[in-house]
Ligand binder design. Structure first.
Ligand code: XMP
Length: 510
């Protein structure tokens, strides 16, 4: 499989470059610019892409293009800082630009080349420095109002530089520009497709686990489901999927997990109904972190019991995906203060002694979805919105009782149904759900006074779940959801819509 190595010089768009390359069906990996040559060349790349970055090449200590890259003789595409660093390293001159260029701009292509189409192209610029003198052997390919060299090339050495960002959507020709570099310049085969990903993962899983037994915890989440389905494709009967029903899932979810794995995929599935035990453990708890802790512990214990019953298989499937891998190595992640303990709830700790099988470790989310569909998982599962590990417990504010869970589940079901009918679940919200508050208010129904609980409808738009805005849902849809919930769910007499963004609020209420 042909591959491209992308070196990250600190760009906020580095992952986006990698996604665009994969969308062109060429495999690539992302490395910090100072990764070891052994690691990067181990990929056997057909070419390099150098990302943008916040530094200026003439500052002391500015990141440099590693010597092994320039010495490799392989094609290089420098984007923004990557272009400037290449110009600087090869004897050109980079200087601060009198007019910084940020946002939409237009470049005029002045020289025919394999990357840029003829004419004037709308592009996305974001730079303070510019190239004033090209290095020897380079020719200009395009100019903009502020950059005499908005693109440059040394075609003989297959080295290209772009002052603008082909990876962002605001550069409409970006995909074609990248394809020109990948296919025409690097001569990489565009054979990275769902089918080839599956073939390769299957082979690798088989090699890793041999004849041993493998366990997977499935809960209906996209990543863990696709990971388990891939392993099932690879080693069939050696895999046992364990589904722990915590009693904290939404309406219909336990059944759909059993159908998807047990019936559709024909995987060996052990379904454990542990809802009573989870409810008991949660009794009396109202603090969000205490709920998370208890659920996390209970989950691990339940899973351990199942594993022991299955003779403690040595391998465990995990749905780790590429952004988790890339981000967990970024230094600023570790410093972020802990608002909620997220990713260790419903997950299983490394100390459990399993060797991990991580077939999605190099895949982006859209690739995970494509693989899942190709493996025959249902669309409803593949497009499922994120759902927190501790489940409805962190949406049932105050004490978690069976009665209140039934109330919450019924209200949530109505909201999901109406959002889906209106097409809003997929198109207008990244996450939408109902929260039950431990707050009672007075109402009137028929001629009767009511004194019942309140639910909140929370619906947000977001790309990355780090920040979010509340969804501007149509008022008729909100009205339908509200009236159905109050009419159909006993114990609820008021529905409110959460109009807070994140920050300052978070998406979940606990
Ligand atoms: P917040 O509420 O922090 O949520 O804005 C961001 C995203 O993370 C999900 N979330 C969780 N996921 N365990 C999880 O696996 C958790 O404890 C947890 N808490 C929040 C949340 O649903 C949203 O998608």
């Amino acid at each position: 499989m042909d591959a491209i190595a992308i070196l990250d010089f600190g760009s906020q768009y580095a992952q986006l470059i990698a996604r665009r390359v994969r969308e062109a069906h060429v495999y690539c990996e992302l490395f910090p610019y100072d990764a070891s040559s052994v690691q990067v060349l181990g990929l056997r790349p057909k070419g390099f892409i150098l990302s943008g970055g916040p530094a200026s090449v003439y500052e002391p200590g500015a990141p440099q293009i590693p010597a092994y890259v320039l010495g490799s003789g392989l094609p290089i595409l420098g984007i923004c800082y990557g272009m400037q660093a290449m110009a600087h390293a090869l004897g050109g001159r980079v200087a601060p630009s009198a007019d910084r260029e940020f946002g939409k701009a237009e470049v005029e292509v002045t020289e025919q080349n394999p990357l840029l189409p003829d004419g004037r192209l709308p592009v996305w610029m974001s730079h303070g420095d510019r190239i004033d003198a090209l290095p020897p052997g380079f020719a200009p390919l395009a100019r903009s109002d502020n950059s005499p060299y908005a693109a440059m090339a040394n075609p003989a050495e297959k080295r290209y530089g772009l002052q603008f960002h082909p990876e962002v959507r605001h550069t409409p020709d970006g995909p074609a520009i990248l394809r020109g570099f990948l296919v025409d310049v690097c001569e990489a085969k565009a054979d990275w497709t769902a089918e080839s990903i599956i073939d390769q993962a299957v082979e690798q899983v088989r090699r890793q686990v041999g004849k041993e037994q493998v366990l997977a915890a499935v809960s209906g989440g996209v990543d863990s489901s696709v990971a388990a389905a891939l392993v099932q494709r690879a080693v069939g009967d050696q895999l046992t999927c364990v589904f722990v029903d915590t009693g904290l899932l939404r309406h219909g979810e336990p059944e759909s997990v059993v159908t998807a794995f047990g019936e559709d995929l024909g995987a060996r599935l052990v379904a454990v109904n542990a809802s009573e035990a989870f409810l008991e453990a949660l009794e009396g708890l109202t603090d969000p972190e205490a709920k998370r802790r208890v659920i996390g512990e209970k989950f691990v214990r339940t899973f351990e019991e199942q594993a022991a019953g299955l003779g403690n298989p040595p391998y465990l499937v995990q749905g780790t995906i590429y952004p988790d891998v890339v981000e967990s190595s970024a230094p600023d992640r570790q410093k972020a203060s802990r608002i909620k303990t997220h990713h260790n709830v419903g997950g299983l700790p490394r100390e459990m002694g399993f060797s991990l099988v991580e077939p999605l470790r190099y895949l982006f989310k859209d690739e995970v979805r494509a693989v899942g569909l190709a493996l025959g998982l249902p669309e409803s599962l593949i497009w499922r919105q994120p759902f927190p590990g501790p489940g409805l417990a962190v949406r049932c504010l105050g004490e978690v009782s069976l009665e209140r869970l039934i109330r919450l589940r019924a209200a949530d079901r109505i909201a999901s149904e109406e959002l889906a009918l209106a097409g809003s679940l997929r198109d207008d919200t990244a996450q939408a759900f109902v929260v039950l508050l431990p707050v009672r208010s007075v109402g009137v129904m028929g001629d009767q006074r009511t004194y019942a609980e309140t639910v909140v409808l929370r619906a947000v738009t977001t790309d990355d779940f780090m920040t979010a805005d509340w969804a501007r849902l149509p008022s008729e849809l909100l009205a339908r959801i509200s009236s159905r919930i109050v009419n159909e769910v006993a114990g609820v007499n008021r529905v409110v819509y959460d109009i807070t963004s994140k920050p300052p609020a978070t998406i979940e209420w606990e």
